[in-house]
Design a protein around this ligand. Structure first.
Ligand code: FAD
Ligand code: NAP
Length: 316
């Protein structure tokens, strides 16, 4: 039989990286972290972060995460750039980690740290013009609209913060939100309200995003009273929330490997233990996650400490 991992970590965002550091620094020898994309996770797509303790300057998400891999891999964490398709548990009491390309790896314990991804708004034209004017990442695509007008959709922290970021590049930002009140933190709302480059388009929904072969030409916005506006912008940034990445826990028989919430998050206790022994979940994927980098990192540390305990008891 091929080598059995002590611990497999699925996902290389703040939770996965921190779990890797605590697991290997805590003595585990055979730990692999699987990451399908950019190590650092979703925060690498954020234009600025100012609430990570100890970082006194406002930095981009990429800057924040730059040094994490170097630090966490010093203690022996192995990293594979690969997508995990499914985690299941066999009759040998070991976890089966199915990796893209049909490779199967066995592990004694698993920490799932697959995080979350931007939700789509469902607006007509969103899919058609994705990558041709519709974007989910202001840091990545904002520069394409230098000195141009753009629209941002959403009313949470992500929408407001990214709208503020876009004002540094674009001539004007329409912030379209379906309600009058925001979900974002009051401090951010105040900054938005004071920014003369942002026009608030409230109590309004986007009817459609339209364009032609060259990309987006604009969007039709309807307000509560039935009034319509045609905003002629070449760029639309969508920030309407996040969807948890729970696919790796889905089993062939349509069940999940462990108990899940109605929103699809892994149910965990304060030790980040799921309902299945040896399986832990940390960061945005778990129930009641605060969805903050510092919290995801804390979860990763907690999960790793408890994975070590689990393995010690397994060997006794
Ligand atoms: P993620 O960061 O989502 O990382 C999960 C990783 O798992 C990803 O890299 C993904 O590629 C990988 N993965 C997923 N599925 C698989 C698979 N099947 N196989 C292998 N790898 C997989 N938080 C703050 O504290 N402050 C902020 O200012 C802030 N700003 C934000 C701005 C934006 C625009 C966004 C989107 C988020 C922001 N957040 C902020 C939230 C923060 O980024 C998240 O809470 C945090 O990144 C969660 O960490 P995580 O490790 O749980 O998941
Ligand atoms: P969010 O807080 O869930 O907000 C999503 C927003 O999009 C809401 O205002 C919602 O409107 C709106 N919306 C949802 N579906 C829509 C649709 N189909 N069409 C139009 N509008 C729609 O999501 P988020 O801003 O991405 O934040 C996700 C999490 O990450 C949050 O916990 C947030 O606090 C955290 N985060 C934190 C920071 C930070 O700490 N600085 C930064 C970014 C994100 P309603 O309000 O009407 O529901």
């Amino acid at each position: 039989m091929s080598e059995v991992l002590d611990l497999a970590i699925i996902g290389g965002g703040p939770a996965g990286l921190t779990a890797g550091m605590y697991a290997t620094r805590g003595g585990l020898k055979n730990v692999v972290m699987y990451e399908k994309g950019v190590v650092g996770g979703q925060i690498t797509k954020s234009s600025e972060i100012e609430n990570y303790p100890g970082i006194t300057q406002v930095v981009s998400g990429l800057e924040l995460m730059e040094k994490w891999p170097e630090q966490v891999m010093r203690f022996g964490l192995k990293y594979e750039m690969a997508e995990v398709v499914r985690v299941s548990k066999g009759s040998d009491n070991l976890f089966d980690i199915l990796i893209e390309g049909e490779k199967n790896v066995k592990a004694k314990s698993v920490i799932v740290c697959t995080g979350s991804n931007p939700k789509k708004s469902g607006v007509e034209g969103e899919d058609e013009f994705y990558g041709k004017g519709v974007s989910f990442c202001a840091t990545c695509d904002g520069f394409f609209y230098r000195n141009k007008e753009v629209a941002v959709l959403g009313g949470g922290d992500a929408a407001l913060e990214e709208a503020l970021f876009l004002t540094n590049i674009c001539s004007k930002v329409y912030l379209i939100h379906r309600r009058n009140e925001f979900r974002a933190s009051p401090a951010t709302v105040q900054r938005v309200k004071k920014n003369s480059k942002i026009e608030l388009v409230l109590n309004s929904t986007v009817e459609k995003i339209y364009g032609d072969i060259s990309g987006v030409n604009g969007l039709i916005v309807a307000d509560k009273d039935g009034g319509k506006r045609d905003l002629k912008v070449p760029g639309v940034f969508v920030f309407v929330g996040m969807k948890v990445n729970n696919e790796v826990l889905a089993q062939k028989n349509d069940s999940f490997l462990c108990e899940m919430s109605k929103n699809g998050e892994a149910v965990v206790d304060l030790d980040m233990k799921t309902s299945l022994k040896g399986l832990f979940a940390a960061g945005d994927i778990r129930i009641n996650a605060a969805k903050q980098v510092v919290c995801a990192a804390g979860d990763g540390a907690t999960a790793a400490i408890n994975a070590i305990n689990y393995l010690e008891n397994l060997h006794e």
